[in-house]
Design a protein around this ligand. Structure first.
Ligand SMILES: Nc1ncnc2c1ncn2[C@@H]1O[C@H](COP(=O)(O)OP(=O)(O)OP(=O)(O)O)[C@@H](O)[C@H]1O
Length: 379
């Protein structure tokens, strides 16, 4: 049975297996029997962070389409610290009007400073022992602290409220890559902090961008789409994303199958910047013309291997290739998976336009990726 990253850190810290406070169990695995296996128009500024090269790595233009070069042309005013800029975050009646009424998603008292040890069950001292491989051209270097990256004051405040002291390995590597506008394929285990790794750059990018108001009132035009395989994981991502985007003006909505659609439709009608969805329910919403993907600038696939295992490949292909989603180069793609079978690499290649050159070793996958893409593996 494979261990999650947090578990392996804990095991390294506590090889005798003695009961320890530091043994971390991801929220969705709690309360399970111990025998359970681990869960495996012109959009002004619409891709601002895609061209927001914090670390000096340029993003090549994509040529030959109506979307040409947009990915690194959108550089716009920062609506920072809570979105006082134009577009959706603007004073002109943007979707942040209800921010004062926003429910505080933090249950803990956030006024008390916490020590690093108190901040999480994760053992931060073992960080440097987590082997990480990266591949791709000019990979933006990892960061050691959240202060090393400019996510905006509102997000920084939420990081403090979450009591995250230091980024986890996947966050250290993935956040600078994503902030530099690069496509990303990341192999990281459950509980490794992937949610923040893709949410922080998305929220920060949306806050920095300037976007026109959605063109049709009853149709939702999200800027970011996070696909996840199950209702449980979608809700978990939604809860986390709401914490990360608290008081930023960025609105997160979740849509999943197996539940009445009407409440989800009402939430969508109130406006959405980040849509977290399971593939089947999203296809339903697209076919009902209640969601348009034409303004999507960020596409994240979480637990991509599980989505394929569950038979969602046709829906994923439909969502990305047959609806109105902008092509690679205009939108940024982030794919996270606990394993990297060939099918995942092919999907990533299809979604990003990358041509991958793959070499397999017994356990470790080495992959070379095009200049627009990066890959990381946290073992
Ligand atoms: N930098 C950090 N510092 C402290 N705790 C963190 C940090 N990043 C994430 N966490 C916490 O670690 C736990 C696992 O994170 P998260 O759920 O994002 O992992 P994941 O890899 O997305 O897992 P899953 O596969 O379950 O989605 C969560 O409780 C989260 O709040």
């Amino acid at each position: 049975m494979s261990m999650s990253w947090a578990d392996s850190v804990s095991a390294a810290e506590n090889p005798a297996g003695a009961p320890s406070k530091s043994a971390y169990v991801p929220p969705h695995l709690r309360n399970r029997p111990s025998t359970d296996p681990p869960a495996q128009a012109s959009y002004a500024g619409a891709a601002a962070s895609l061209g927001n090269d914090h670390s000096g790595y340029g993003v090549p233009n994509v040529v030959g389409s109506r979307w040409s070069g947009q990915r690194n042309e959108y550089q716009s005013g920062y609506a920072g610290g809570g979105g006082r800029g134009g577009g959706w975050n603007g004073k002109s009646g943007g979707w942040d009007r209800g921010r004062d009424r926003e429910v505080n998603p933090f249950t803990n008292d956030d006024s008390e400073p916490v020590s690093e040890l108190e901040s999480s069950a994760i053992n931060f001292d073992a960080y440097e022992d987590i082997p990480v491989e990266t591949s791709g051209d000019n990979v933006p270097p990892p960061v050691n602290t959240f202060a090393d990256i400019d996510l905006g004051e509102a997000v920084n405040e939420n990081i403090r409220r979450c009591k995250y002291v230091r980024p986890t390995p996947v966050q250290r590597h993935a956040i600078p890559i994503s902030l530099a506008g690069r496509d990303l394929m990341a192999c990281a285990q459950t509980g490794s902090g992937k949610t923040a790794a893709f949410c922080f750059p998305i929220i920060s990018g949306i806050m920095r961008g300037q976007f026109p108001r959605p063109p049709r009132p009853r149709m939702a035009f999200p800027l970011a789409l996070i696909l996840s395989p199950t209702r449980e994981l979608s809700c978990q991502i939604h809860d986390e994303a709401k914490k990360f985007s608290y008081q930023t003006g960025v609105r997160v909505v979740v849509a999943y199958g197996g539940a009445p659609i009407n409440q989800q439709l009402r939430e969508l009608e109130r406006g959405v910047h980040i849509l977290v969805a399971t593939p089947g329910r999203l296809v339903d919403l697209l076919e009902r013309a209640r969601v348009s993907l034409q303004m999507i600038r960020y596409l994240a696939l979480d637990e991509a291997d599980r989505m394929l295992d569950m038979g969602f490949e046709p829906q994923i292909r439909k969502i990305v290739q047959q609806m109105d989603m902008p092509p690679p180069g205009v939108r940024q793609t982030m794919l996270f998976s606990a394993t990297f079978p060939k099918e995942i690499q092919v999907i990533f290649s299809t979604l990003t336009g990358s041509s991958l050159i793959l070499q397999f070793f017994p356990l470790i996958l080495i992959y070379l990726i095009t200049p627009l893409s990066c890959g990381i593996c946290c073992f």
